[in-house]
Design a protein around this ligand. Structure first.
Ligand code: MN
Length: 218
């Protein structure tokens, strides 16, 4: 047995629908610019180009129902609703969830101008809300739509089939850089309609067939 200088942290985990066991989260990968209508709204070229990847720490996960303290160092916090793919043993897709890739857009704009990393814009406390996971063999997402409501009003909607890079292509690409491991999550990009969140707002994201993610900002 390895002797540690202090006890290692318990893994962050997510509930799995229909079972009392939990999904231990290992790492969080995210893909940017994966829906043409969102690429256009951000002022980019929607032609298929190399996918953009970035990461968040596992500790940024927030479960559905949480009240999120409004993050520091931003006056332009944005929502991005996304399908989340959960990787199981042997690189199989274990299940799916609905996530919100919270983004400090003001910090991201500065980083883009300076050609600097997006880390502070994307990876901060509470930046990765995610729903309970639904086992992959219990759902067919081929025709599913993804929707985000802010205070009850639809602000983002799209078809998962509109993703520029599909789930298996994303897994292929990520696997060229890293050995994906059981417990990894992939946030697969957001459709058009991203926008700001303020204290008091409620966000609720859904994909047909999956559990919802609902969070409030306090
Ligand atoms: Mn995103």
């Amino acid at each position: 047995m390895t002797k540690y200088a202090f006890p290692p942290a318990e893994p962050v985990s997510l509930a799995i629908t229909g079972t009392s066991s939990r999904f231990p989260v290992r790492r969080i990968y995210c893909i940017g610019k994966n829906y043409a209508d969102h690429v256009k709204e951000m002022g980019g070229d929607a032609a298929r180009s190399e996918p953009i990847f970035f990461t968040k720490a596992a500790e940024t996960i927030v479960e559905s129902g949480a009240n999120i303290p409004f993050p520091p160092n931003t006056s332009d916090l944005h929502y991005e609703v996304e399908l989340v793919v959960a990787i199981g043993p042997d690189l199989n897709v274990f299940g799916y969830g609905v996530g919100i890739d919270l983004t400090r857009r003001d910090l991201q704009s500065v980083a883009k101008k300076k050609g600097g990393p997006w880390a502070r814009a994307k990876n901060f406390h509470h930046s990765a809300p995610c729903s309970d996971l639904t086992p992959a063999d219990e759902v067919d997402l081929s025709k599913a739509r993804i929707v985000l409501r802010k205070n009850g009003d639809i602000v983002q909607h799209g078809a998962l089939s509109d993703m520029i890079w599909g789930v298996s292509e994303i897994i292929d690409r990520l696997s060229q850089d890293m050995d994906l491991q059981a417990g990894d999550l992939i946030y697969t990009g957001t459709p058009a309609g991203v926008g700001p969140v303020r204290i008091g707002d409620e966000l609720s994201g859904g994909v047909e067939g999956l559990s919802r993610i609902t969070v409030r900002f306090v």
